[in-house]
Design a protein around this ligand. Structure first.
Ligand code: 4AD
Ligand code: MG
Length: 431
C-alpha cells in the first residue's frame, strides 16, 4: 500500500502514488483498458487500468468489480482537465474488500417508493450525496453567521410538558406518569434564554404530527431559532435577510460541484443578497383578489397563494402584519392596529413556500395574561413563561428557519423528502 488518502485529498498528491478506500460507481472497458468510476464520499475519481501495464492479478481483480463493490485502489495521481474532479489515477494495484452482487439501485430509473424503501442505499448516489453535502454546508453557514455576530448557541428541550405552536399537531408521549409532548418549536425556551444571554439561537429537531402529505411537509424537521432581546420587528427582518443571503452566498461559493451535479440554475441564487421586499398581508390579499384567487381577509395562505405571490419577486419576500386571529398567541399586536400582529413569513422564490416564520413577542404582562385566557392556555403549565414578563420584561423578537425547505429551495428539489438523510413522512417511518 502507498500513502492512504481520500479522493478529496488527491489534489495534494499529484505525481505521487496513493491508496484510496472506495466503492465502484460505474465501469467502462475497451478490452485493453478499464475505466473505473470510483467514489469515497469525499468526491469522485476515474481509475485507469491498462492491461499491458499492470500484472494479470490486478487486471483480473478490476474485471471482477461490480457496482458498489468495495476496494482499496492504488495508483499514481495525474492531473486531467477533462475529468470532472480534475484528476485521474493510473492504477497499479486493486485490493478487493467485497464484490457486491445485485446492487438494487441500478443506473436505470426507479420509482419513488422503491427509492424511499432503499433510502439507506439511495443516499450513495451522486445527486443525493450532493444534497446532503449542501445541507451540511448550510448548517455550517448558519453557525458561522450567528457565531460571528455574538449569538450564543442554546439547546432547548425535546420532551416538553406543553405546546408552543398550538395543540392540533402535537406528538403525545408519556414521561413516566406524566403526559409529555415532542417539541414543535423551542421558541418559548429560547425567549427565556434570550433574557439570560441576550442573543441566542438553537438548532434542533422539531416534530409536527401533521396529516398533510405535501411536498413541503415533514413530520420531523430541523429548525434554526434565533431569539434576540431589545430587537423589534423591523430589526428582526433585517437579521433574517442578512441570514438567508449569507447562507445562499456561502453555498454558491463552497458547493459549485454539488450545485452542478443537481443542475441547479445558479443565476437565480446569485440574486439572493441585499434587502428583500416587504409587503403587508393586506397587500398580499389585494394582489390575490386582483389576480383571480378566491380569498378573504382573515384566511391563511395555501401553497398556490404563496407561489403566486413569490412569482412576483426574484428574492424571498416578507409578508408582514398578519391577522392576530390566525397567528400564534405570543405575537405582539401592532400598537396602531391591534387586529394585526408584528410578524412576518418569509416566502422563498420559485414556489418553495414559507421558509421562515417570525415575530416580535408580546412583552406586556397584562396582555400576555389576557392571551392565555383567550387561548385557553393553562397558567400552571406556562408559569415559567409568564415569569419572563414579570421579571425585567423587554421588547424582543425571533424567528424560525425550516432547514429542509431551505435545502429544497437552494438545491432546486421538488420534494422535501430528499433534503434530510432519513425523512419521517406521513406513513413512512422506515428505514
Ligand atoms: O412558522 P413556524 O410554525 O414557526 C414557529 O415554529 C415559530 N415558533 C418559530 C420562531 O419564531 N421561533 O415554523 C417555522 C418554519 C416554517 O417557516 C417552515 O420553514 C418550517 O419551520 N416548517 C416545516 N418544515 C417542514 N415540515 C413541516 N411540517 C414544517 N412546519 C414548519
Ligand atoms: Mg409559519
Amino acid at each position: 500500500m502507498s500513502m492512504k488518502c481520500t479522493i478529496g485529498e488527491v489534489k495534494h498528491h499529484v505525481g505521487e502514488s496513493v491508496t484510496i478506500g472506495c466503492w465502484l460507481n460505474k465501469k467502462r472497458s475497451s478490452g485493453k483498458i478499464q475505466f473505473l468510476q470510483l467514489r469515497d464520499g469525499s468526491g469522485y475519481i476515474q481509475g485507469v487500468v491498462v492491461k499491458s501495464e499492470v500484472g494479470e492479478d490486478v487486471w483480473e481483480a478490476a474485471s471482477k468489480l461490480t457496482q458498489e463493490s468495495s476496494l482499496y485502489i492504488t495508483g499514481k495521481v495525474k492531473e486531467d482537465t477533462r475529468s470532472k474532479g480534475g484528476f485521474e489515477l493510473d492504477v497499479t494495484g486493486v485490493e478487493i474488500i467485497q464484490v457486491t452482487e445485485e446492487y438494487p439501485i441500478t443506473p436505470k430509473e426507479h420509482g419513488v417508493d422503491f427509492l424511499m424503501d432503499n433510502r439507506h442505499l439511495w443516499i450513495r448516489s451522486p445527486r443525493q450525496r450532493a444534497v446532503l453535502v449542501i445541507r451540511a454546508q448550510i448548517i455550517q453557514a448558519v453557525q458561522q453567521f450567528f457565531n460571528d455576530r455574538g449569538f450564543h448557541l442554546v439547546d432547548p428541550p425535546i420532551l416538553t410538558p406543553s405546546s408552543c405552536e398550538g395543540t392540533t399537531n402535537l406528538f403525545h408521549t408519556k414521561y413516566f406518569d406524566e403526559d409529555a409532548f415532542l417539541t414543535q418549536s423551542g421558541q418559548l425556551y429560547m425567549e427565556a434564554a434570550a433574557m439570560a444571554l441576550g442573543r441566542v439561537y438553537s438548532f434542533g429537531p422539531t416534530f409536527r404530527a401533521e396529516k398533510s402529505k405535501t411536498r413541503r411537509h415533514l413530520i420531523e424537521f430541523w429548525m434554526i431559532e434565533p431569539e434576540m432581546a431589545f430587537v423589534d420587528h423591523a430589526e428582526n427582518l433585517e437579521v433574517q435577510e442578512q441570514f438567508v443571503s449569507h447562507i445562499v452566498q456561502t453555498v454558491l461559493k463552497n458547493c459549485t460541484q454539488e450545485l452542478e451535479t443537481l443542475e441547479r440554475d445558479t443565476s437565480k441564487l446569485e440574486k439572493i443578497k441585499g434587502s428583500f421586499p416587504r409587503i403587508t398581508y393586506d397587500q398580499a390579499v389585494e394582489f390575490l383578489q386582483k389576480n383571480g384567487h378566491e380569498f378573504e381577509w382573515g384566511e391563511d395562505f395555501g401553497a398556490p397563494h404563496e407561489t403566486a405571490i413569490a412569482a412576483e419577486y426574484e428574492t424571498p419576500v416578507f409578508i408582514t402584519h398578519w391577522p392576530t386571529e390566525i397567528k400564534a398567541f405570543y405575537m405582539k399586536p401592532d400598537p396602531s392596529r391591534p387586529e394585526v400582529v408584528l410578524c412576518a413569513d418569509m416566502i422563498a422564490p420559485e414556489g418553495y413556500g414559507e421558509i421562515i416564520g417570525g415575530s416580535q413577542r408580546i412583552d406586556d404582562p397584562e396582555l400576555m395574561e389576557q392571551r392565555f385566557k383567550e387561548h385557553d392556555l393553562s397558567k400552571e403549565a406556562y408559569q415559567w413563561y409568564l415569569d419572563l414578563r414579570k421579571y425585567g420584561t423587554v421588547p424582543h423578537s425571533g424567528f424560525g428557519l425550516g432547514l429542509e425547505r431551505t435545502v429544497a429551495w437552494i438545491c432546486g428539489l421538488d420534494h422535501v423528502r430528499e433534503t434530510i438523510p432519513f425523512p419521517r413522512l406521513l406513513y413512512r417511518l422506515y428505514p
